[in-house]
Design a protein around this ligand. Structure first.
Ligand SMILES: Nc1ncnc2c1ncn2[C@@H]1O[C@H](COP(=O)(O)OP(=O)(O)OP(=O)(O)O)[C@@H](O)[C@H]1O
Ligand SMILES: [Mg+2]
Length: 332
């Protein structure tokens, strides 16, 4: 059966003056209707480029190959015009900075109404009622008054909720949220994620939630993909990956996450070092220089994604060594 969204062997190269940057190296994942998929990884791992490629939003210089299918139809290679009918209506995108999505010279009411009218054949009054409804769903109090506000008159968290309302305006099948709360205060983050949940519930949309915060994934995703140096290095249900990670990088990420059930003095274990440059990536496993388990084979051969459980795969030659391993034993 075809999934709602199928990304297959997606590759993105950026030719630059210094050489070719391979930002995405053969990423494959599927998203089912109504499902929430988390994508996690450090800065520069290719999370945003993957999503922008799906919607055809990369700069023209980018070379994109592979396949992106929405309900079975190929999106890669389509004209901007054709893709614009998918954007918003089928696949909506929410970016980190709400100001990038809002127009400073129009009231938020006008912007939501415009979004409703863009894909629906309804009168202005109906569109206005729908806009109020949407503001209510994302938890904006006094929506009728707020409709007259300009973006600069709202807090960051409020603005991001407006962006979510706009994303919902057309009942999309997929919402891709790229670090939707990273620019916000910690206290506001939870509220915005709640607004996103409410939006999902009201529209039944599937969600791709991109974040570098595993804590966010735990609360809001069914499955997750871990990205490292342009590739998926682990994939599985949140439960499987959190309890039995099989790639040292994932284990390291989890080890640096405070656990609610941890005794207070347990030391967190950060992963030392930085991800490699994507210009002239060395052969072998890109995590090798930071990996406490690295052996000669890791320099010679980049591991494939090995199946390690039902719907669970991990790109590590030594994935079996990680069964029942604790981060603090491996990352000492
Ligand atoms: N237009 C571009 N030209 C050249 N390189 C680019 C371009 N856009 C992105 N890159 C490079 O592609 C790589 C992946 O970038 P991407 O923005 O996808 O990372 P990310 O995982 O989203 O990181 P972050 O967590 O910081 O948002 C980075 O090395 C980045 O410098
Ligand atoms: Mg990004």
């Amino acid at each position: 059966m075809t999934s709602l969204l199928e990304v297959e062997n997606l590759r993105v190269d950026f030719p630059t003056e210094d050489g070719v940057i391979t930002a995405v190296r053969g990423v494959s994942y599927t998203l089912e209707r109504g499902e929430a998929l988390g994508i996690v990884g450090e800065s520069g791992s290719g999370k945003s480029v993957t999503s922008l490629a799906i919607l055809g939003l990369l700069p023209r210089t980018a070379r994109v190959s592979g396949s992106v299918r929405f309900e079975g139809s190929e999106l890669l290679g389509r004209s901007d015009n054709e893709l614009s009918s998918y954007r918003g209506r089928h696949i909506a995108m929410i970016f980190q900075d709400p100001l990038a999505s809002l127009n400073p010279v129009y009231t938020i009411g006008d912007q939501i109404i415009e979004a409703v009218l863009a894909h629906r054949d309804v009168g202005k009054d109906a569109a206005r009622r729908r806009a109020l409804e949407l503001l209510d769903i994302v938890g904006i109090p006094h929506a009728a008054q707020r409709m007259h506000n300009y973006p600069h008159e709202m807090s960051g968290g409020m603005k991001q909720r407006v962006v979510i309302a706009i994303a919902m305006a057309n009942d999309p099948d997929v919402i891709i949220a790229d670090e939707p709360t990273t620019a916000l205060d910690v206290t506001v983050q939870a509220q915005v994620l709640e607004a996103l949940e409410a939006a999902r519930e009201a529209t039944g949309a599937a969600l791709v939630l991109i974040t570098h915060d595993l804590g966010v994934i735990a609360g809001h995703a069914d499955r997750l993909c871990v990205m490292y140096a342009g590739r998926l290095v682990e994939q599985g249900t949140v439960e499987e990956v959190f309890y039995t990670p099989r790639m040292p990088y994932t284990l390291g990420l989890l080890g640096s996450l405070p656990r609610i059930d941890a005794r207070t003095h347990e030391r967190l274990t950060p992963i030392v070092g930085a991800p490699p440059s994507l210009l002239d990536l060395p052969s072998g496993c890109p995590f090798r220089p930071r990996c406490p388990l690295a052996q000669p084979i890791c320099a010679a051969e980049e591991p494939a994604l090995f199946g390690v459980g039902k719907g669970h795969s991990a790109a590590c030659h030594f994935h079996e060594k990680l069964i029942n391993a604790a981060a603090r034993e491996i990352f000492q």
